[in-house]
Design a protein around this ligand. Structure first.
Ligand SMILES: *Cc1c(COP(=O)(O)O)cnc(C)c1O
Length: 435
């Protein structure tokens, strides 16, 4: 065992050497040092603001739906570790990956038949884009290589995903000339906007798609909830509009369900709100219950056959850790755990708790909007959040949140009790008052 380091030493080394998400070097804000996590609680290595334990309102970025240190997921990981934690996927296969792929085909919208197991959400989006471009190349239409999306989206931080993130939120200015230029429709109207706004927007979507169809490989969107691009909800009817317009104009449709998958919006997949099957679908985040990094790109037989008919009849992608057995075994256990319980009731219960707990935030000065969908709660301010002040405020309430831009938002694990949901909401209100 190496010499133990004190919390102070660890934080000093962190500051000196370790890059954190979207951070400068050295970091501006000191991160909280987590020693362990169990259920919905993060245990800090030493108390901060007099608090040693925090209720996690973030599910570690949409992923830890069953909470931390879950006996069933631990058991699955340990059993698989005793067999093998990894073997290459080229020329070899194994039960955890085969089972997972078959299970994903079974539970995702009808028609998605083939599964590419990747190692992160961003990579699964890269693979989705590659599938679509290669499909049209194989069909002898290589000019169909642009993508269309709507503003306000987020699809990851590697190159192709970044190019379809919201141009402002994704800092496209910084990359002008370097990023591929795709087609952006306006952001979809809010779920509360009403049928006229939805109809007008649907017409805008159809027109934009029709005008560019000759050069479009695919439309890619996050269905129902735009996550890291702004935590906005839209009418599921727009997914049907996209499906019909894509079919009419020979364009593929990709749903990025990396954030919305596995029950977060109240349906198992957000596509289920509209009964739409995309041609390609990305999954990640909650896939392994937040234990390990893994993502999946699913596609229809039409897409797979199309690629295989081409001049290069293979999908030219193969990450080193593709199909990782340890992650696949935990993913299988996590899906069994989710579907083996009445998860809809749990998500509904959290939705009710969030509606009750966040409603009065709407009355606070500086609050522009409060919205809740499934186990997602959002308080949007009329100004940028002071992240440091907001973090202190929620930590004092015994809660962990990570606000961004003008958004205080929560997506608690599905196992969060009513009492803990109420505490998370109280923390959001406290942050809204000072931040
Ligand atoms: C988080 C996220 C991604 C990127 O996934 P990573 O695992 O962070 O690479 C892509 N799309 C959506 C909708 C996401 O929420």
């Amino acid at each position: 065992m190496p010499e133990p380091l004190t919390p102070g030493e660890l934080l000093a080394l962190d500051r000196q050497h370790v890059w954190h998400p979207y951070g400068p070097m050295p970091g501006r804000q000191e991160p909280l040092l987590v020693a362990s996590a169990s259920g919905v609680r993060l245990r800090l290595a030493e108390p901060v603001e007099g608090v040693g334990e925090l209720i996690d309102g973030m599910s570690s970025w949409w992923s830890a739906v069953h909470g931390y240190n879950h006996p069933v997921l631990n058991e699955a990981a340990q059993a698989q570790l005793g067999r093998m934690s990894h073997v290459m996927f080229g020329g070899l296969t194994h039960e955890p990956a085969v089972r997972l792929a078959a299970r994903l085909v079974e539970i995702t919208p009808e028609g998605l038949e083939h599964v590419f197991l990747a190692d992160s959400g961003s990579v699964s989006v890269e693979v989705a884009v590659k599938m679509c471009l290669q499909y049209w190349r194989s069909a002898g239409r290589p000019e169909k290589r642009r993508l269309m999306t709507w503003r306000g989206g987020y699809h990851g931080d590697t190159w192709q995903p970044m190019a379809v993130c919201d141009p402002d939120g994704g800092m496209h200015e910084l990359w002008s000339g370097a990023l591929p230029k795709h087609v952006f429709a306006d952001a979809p109207p809010a779920l509360s906007a009403g049928p006229e706004a939805v109809a007008a927007y649907a017409a805008h979507l159809r027109e934009t798609l029709a005008a560019h169809a000759h050069e479009l490989a695919a439309v890619i969107v996050e269905p129902v909830v735009q996550g890291a691009g702004g935590m906005r909800f839209h009418d599921p009817a727009l997914l049907r509009v996209l499906r019909d317009a894509c079919d009419e104009h020979d364009v593929l449709l990709v749903f990025d369900e990396i954030a919305t998958g596995f029950g977060r919006t109240g349906r198992l997949f957000a596509a289920d709100h509209a009964g739409v099957t995309p041609d390609v679908m990305c999954l990640g985040k909650a896939l392994t219950g937040g234990y390990l990094t893994m993502a999946a790109t699913l596609c229809t037989t039409r897409v797979a056959d199309g690629i295989s008919r081409g001049e290069v009849p293979v999908l030219a992608h193969g990450p080193t850790f593709m199909g990782n057995p340890l992650a696949a075994a935990v993913a299988n256990a996590s899906i069994d755990l989710l579907l083996g319980q009445d998860w809809q009731t749990e998500v509904k219960r959290i939705e009710t708790g969030l509606r009750d707990g966040l409603a009065e935030a709407a009355e606070l000065p500086g609050v522009r909007d409060v919205r809740v969908l499934g186990a997602i709660g959002v308080v949007q301010l009329d100004h940028e959040v002071d992240v440091a002040a907001a973090t202190r405020a929620v930590v004092r309430e015994g809660v962990w949140l990570r606000p961004f831009r003008d958004l205080l938002y929560v997506m608690p694990p599905y196992v969060t009790t009513d009492e803990d949901v109420a505490r998370v909401c109280a923390a959001v209100r406290a942050a809204a008052r000072i931040a």
